[in-house]
Write a protein that binds this ligand. Structure first.
Ligand SMILES: CC(C)(COP(=O)(O)OP(=O)(O)OC[C@H]1O[C@@H](n2cnc3c(N)ncnc32)[C@H](O)[C@@H]1O)[C@@H](O)C(=O)NCCC(=O)NCCS
Ligand SMILES: Nc1ncnc2c1ncn2[C@@H]1O[C@H](COP(=O)(O)OP(=O)(O)OP(=O)(O)O)[C@@H](O)[C@H]1O
Length: 198
């Protein structure tokens, strides 16, 4: 069974993914793949440097992620250029990683841009983690040390809450406590298992 998991930045996707993994799902995280394909020494990173210049590297030769973030969130043309390099490489890696999962697994794909990429129909179920925009901003300021401007720039680059909710087969409201979240995720996993006949 292939399950898509999405939600706005800092809505709680990774937290939900970790809970699902505890319950027995196999989780594939698009953000992790998106880091791997531009790791030091990869053709992906070489391409990024070709397009954006060596100024986007740290002295050690890694992608300077905070710098890249401030470059692309706020400049749509640059963001699209970066996505044009990274996304095809991520989709290639996906196919490889997915092929390695056991045939009877519930495979959860944590994809921040699932709705933006128009891929909701690729999945048997779509879990959407939902919180009001102000909660996203508060959690980014509290946990990541980003400025309000950074936070709002990322939100503006993403689909709206309504667009995501429209494709959800399972909606997870994450405005409550972490314990509330655990309970709701357990419920959703049971529903998925029942649908998968397991
Ligand atoms: C600009 C980069 C280097 C900033 O790195 P940083 O470590 O600060 O963020 P990270 O990659 O961990 O992403 C954190 C969150 O930001 C949001 N985000 C990332 N990329 C995008 C994007 N292109 N559009 C909208 N939101 C995005 C997502 O909610 C994501 O979960 C990085 O986000 C990147 O390479 N983005 C382009 C690739 C991409 O689209 N990745 C997202 C899923 S494949
Ligand atoms: N119910 C909750 N109450 C308080 N904090 C929470 C709750 N759920 C998640 N968090 C915290 O909010 C922050 C964002 O959560 P998380 O990293 O899971 O979001 P995400 O959607 O995966 O983010 P990103 O889009 O950047 O990948 C984290 O610091 C997390 O620990």
């Amino acid at each position: 069974m292939r399950v898509g998991l999405t939600g706005g930045v800092a809505s709680g996707k990774s937290t939900v993914a970790a809970l699902l993994a505890e319950l027995g799902a196999v989780v594939i995280d698009a953000d992790v793949l998106a880091r791997e394909v531009v790791a030091r020494g990869t053709p992906g990173l070489a391409r990024v440097v070709e397009v954006f210049g060596p100024g986007v590297l740290t002295p050690e030769g890694d992608l300077d992620r905070p710098k890249m973030g401030s470059l692309v969130f706020g400049d749509e043309a640059k963001r699209r250029e970066l996505e044009g390099i990274v996304h095809p490489l991520v989709f290639e890696r996906y196919a490889e990683v997915e092929a390695a999962a056991p045939a009877d697994a519930i495979v959860v794909h944590d994809i921040p841009l699932l709705v933006e990429a128009g891929r909701a129909d690729d999945f048997d179920a779509v879990i959407v983690v939902d919180v009001p925009t102000e909660v996203q901003v508060e959690r980014m300021l509290r946990d990541r040390g980003w400025t309000r401007e950074d936070a709002e720039g990322r939100i503006a680059a993403q689909a709206t809450r309504e667009q995501r909710r429209a494709v959800a087969t399972h909606l997870i409201d994450n405005t409550g406590t972490r314990e509330d979240l655990r309970q709701r995720v357990t419920e959703v996993f049971e529903e998925l298992r029942a649908t998968a006949g397991r």
